[in-house]
Write a new protein. Structure first.
Length: 498
């Protein structure tokens, strides 16, 4: 009852013109920033941080959290419409969202991504409000062994991402892990695979790699196949392009399931929405009655990806507010914002400044409602993007890709990286290699390396088996990798006999 009372007080503080305009502005900026390749949620929050200096502490934090929440949905717009994920977590949304657009069902993909984002957001916020302290205590018990096991569990999703192409998926994920080792060693500072080229000391910036692999490779494939001269795919006319309530109802368990997965994974520092969306997508594919349709335009895949990455926002705020530990890079920026306003995140924040904490909680509910209405109002505009001729769209994608790559570090070298990985992605796709495992390997590479070496220094390999939670996660990872392989082998044997 005390929590509800505090929430009511926080909501009452928001029922004014200025607070609502602040939230609305945050949501609009977040959607636009998320939709622009190269502008990650953390970058959007960081860019708007100076605007919060002149605000009250509560309004400043409300603005930044609204941007954080909305940018996760914004990334899905370009992922669905032009196969260019606006944010890293939207990579998984593109797996099924873009194939739906190519089938003339852009409205279906956008509608599912919007509602899944809103449902996932509400799941994350509710869990944040009700279980923040217990979940933070659980995350605090994680040793490096558990983080390593969690990363390996995330890596085991290649069994699903490759669409049954085991060898190609394994080679692709190994390439991603290898690319992640380029640069300075995180523990010793020794340069690796840099060939004394200073630009490589920091490794490859993730955003240019992401844009190149997914956006430019698609352009190169389109030019090669002659798609640049084909007319645009029109949305279906025999029925409404937007999903019906019945369609959403079929996805209810997928959205709720992914929402819980995203929140729990978001609690663990360093995991974030990208890993959450990969794992939630993999879980949904395994539970679905038609797993082979994933990657070819299955709305369940879009729902799982979007619900999980949106709910991870609530999860990431749990350790931030209760322990002062950022659950994601965006949460790390928010810690700086709190400190600028002389607020120390941690248990004392709930006792000394409960009005700020619960105003923040209430603002997330309001921001999610604004996100729903703005998403619905912009639906026709998003669908229009599918009608742009490819001869106009491809140059625009090139321009935005280069601008987005340059914006990360104001580096022409990053533009070259984007172009190089675009060519690499094109060659891999032509050779029937999936590119998504490369992204997964690069995301998890640092997490795997740091925690593996830390565990070995703390107690050796035996520590992985001595920690019960680590053992369970590793067992799940092993099962996730082996079971699909055994099923595929059994299926091939059955085909040979027949």
């Amino acid at each position: 009852m005390e929590t509800l009372s505090h929430l009511y007080d926080g909501l009452s503080l928001l029922m004014g013109f200025t607070p609502l305009v602040v939230i609305l502005a945050g949501v609009i900026v977040g959607i636009l920033a998320g939709a622009m390749p190269g502008i990650s949620p953390s970058m959007a929050v960081a860019l708007l941080l100076p605007f919060s200096f002149g605000m009250s502490p509560s309004m400043g934090i409300v603005l930044l959290c609204s941007i954080y929440l909305a940018s996760n949905y914004g990334g899905s717009i370009t992922a669905v419409m032009i196969n260019t994920p606006g944010t890293p977590s939207a990579v998984v949304t593109a797996f099924d969202g873009y194939p739906l657009t190519r089938k003339g069902q852009a409205g279906t993909a956008l509608g599912v991504s919007l509602i899944a984002s809103v449902v996932g957001g509400f799941v994350g916020i509710i869990i944040l409000v009700l279980f923040s302290a217990p979940l933070a205590r659980m995350a605090l018990k994680f040793w490096p062994a558990e983080y390593f096991a969690l990363a390996i569990l995330g890596l085991s999703t290649i069994a699903s991402l490759g669409g049954g192409r085991w060898l190609e998926s394994f080679i692709a994920v190994m390439l991603g892990l290898l690319l992640n080792t380029i640069g300075l060693d995180p523990l010793s500072g020794v340069s690796r695979y840099t060939f004394d080229f200073i630009r490589l000391y920091d490794g490859f910036s993730f955003i240019p790699v992401l844009i190149g692999l997914f956006a430019l490779s698609e352009v190169f494939m389109g030019i090669e196949s002659g798609e640049v001269n084909r007319p645009p795919v029109l949305p279906e006319r025999e029925k409404s392009p937007w999903p019906t309530l019945r369609d959403y109802f079929k996805l209810k368990f997928a959205m709720l399931r992914a929402g819980v997965v995203g929140t729990v994974i978001g609690v663990f520092p360093g995991a974030g929405g990208t890993i959450a969306s990969f794992i939630a997508y993999d879980i949904e594919k395994r539970l679905n009655s038609d797993p082979d349709s994933f990657g070819k335009g299955n709305p369940f895949g879009v729902a799982a990806a979007e619900a999980s990455n949106s709910s991870s926002v609530g999860g990431a705020l749990v350790p931030l507010l209760t322990l002062g530990i950022p659950g994601s890079s965006s949460a790390a920026v928010l810690i700086g914002a709190l400190m600028i306003h002389n607020l120390q995140p941690g248990p004392e924040l709930f006792t000394k400044h409960p009005e700020i904490v619960y105003t923040l909680f209430s603002s997330l509910f309001v921001a999610n409602i604004f996100l729903l209405f703005l998403g619905l109002l912009g639906a026709r505009l998003w669908i229009k993007a599918a009608l742009i001729p490819k001869r106009l769209l491809y140059p625009m994608i090139f321009a935005f890709s280069f601008i987005g790559s340059y914006a990360v570090r104001s580096s022409v070298f990053d533009v070259g990286v984007c172009l190089a990985f675009g060519l690499l992605g094109w060659m891999l796709v032509r050779s029937k290699f999936p590119v998504s495992p490369i992204v997964l390997g690069m995301i998890l590479g640092t997490m795997i390396e740091k925690n593996l070496r830390a565990t070995l220094m703390m107690g050796g390999p035996a520590l992985f088996l001595q920690r019960p939670l680590s053992l369970v996660l590793l067992a799940l990872a092993f099962a996730s990798g082996v079971i699909p392989y055994l099923r595929e082998r059994k299926r091939k044997k059955a085909l040979r006999k027949s």
